[in-house]
Design a protein around this ligand. Structure first.
Ligand code: ADP
Ligand code: MG
Length: 243
């Protein structure tokens, strides 16, 4: 098993509120790790710290063996090694769907527009939206917009895909199409860390589950164990809300 991402004893506070209190975990190549936990438990903060959108106070983050928590690293270059999708699609409203998907390849990857467009069209076909390439995002449903955001996140062949509750803002009837796409990425071998409240999906697709509460990893294990036979009382209490 090759470790792609390794977090060691991450600490993060906002003012005097300690949100991450010594988080450690590893993500191996082709793994899909689900981060579950109550609202406010630090899931988004963890994902944002990992790709350097938020500075950590203490700890070490390694990506592909490189210490990316070293303050001397070029944060933009590190961020290009991750794909991230947020709860709210955060597409650029003034750009076409295709330009949303190709922008990073053209700017960060320095691809020509022609090459980037060809690849963008392939990516849109992969997420089932080839016919929407020249529309603006506001013409698309929430589920379609989130699929564009996923296409954008994978356009630069990231080493790790971070998904932050990407179905939480969607109407219930649109959740399935987005989860199915994530399942396809997982089957195709993507390395994924996803914060989610979709417990059935996590149970089905994740290789491992981390239960976060109060800024620490309370419990970690295969989904069969964390969902089927949780060891910690806090995990049991949390999961009881979903049944
Ligand atoms: P989750 O994603 O698990 O719901 P978050 O990581 O969003 O949790 O938030 C964890 C805690 O950190 C919350 O109490 C939240 O209010 C706080 N927090 C998150 N971001 C900031 C910020 N930029 N400034 C101050 N507090 C923040
Ligand atoms: Mg969150």
């Amino acid at each position: 098993m090759t470790t792609v991402l390794e977090a060691t004893d991450l600490w993060k506070s906002f003012d005097d509120h300690a949100v991450l209190r010594g988080i450690s975990f590893e993500l191996a190549r082709n793994e899909v790790v689900a981060v579950i936990g109550p609202s406010g438990s630090g899931k988004s903060t963890l994902l944002r710290c990992l790709n350097l959108l938020e500075p950590i106070d203490d700890g070490v983050i390694r990506l592909g063996g490189d210490d990316i928590s070293d303050p001397r690293v070029d944060a933009n270059r590190v961020r290009a090694r991750f794909g991230i999708v947020f709860q709210h699609y955060n597409l650029f409203p003034h750009l076409s769907v295709l330009d949303n998907v190709t922008l990073a390849s053209r700017v960060v990857g320095r691809m020509s527009r022609r090459d980037a467009d060809a690849r963008g069209v392939d990516l849109l076909a992969r997420v089932g939206l080839a016919d929407k390439a020249h529309d603006h995002p506001d013409r698309l449903s929430g589920g379609q917009q989130q699929r564009v955001a996923i296409a954008r996140a994978i356009a630069t062949d990231p080493e790790v895909i971070l998904l932050d509750e990407i179905t939480s803002a969607l109407d219930p009837e649109l959740v399935g199409e987005v989860l199915e796409l994530v399942r396809t990425l997982a089957v195709d071998g993507a390395t994924i860390l996803m914060a989610t409240h979709e417990m059935a999906f996590a149970r089905d697709v994740a290789t491992r589950v981390l239960f976060l509460d109060g800024g620490i990893v309370v419990e970690e294990g295969p989904p069969s164990q964390v969902f089927g036979a949780p060891r910690e009382a806090r995990t049991r209490e949390f999961l009881a809300r979903f049944t």
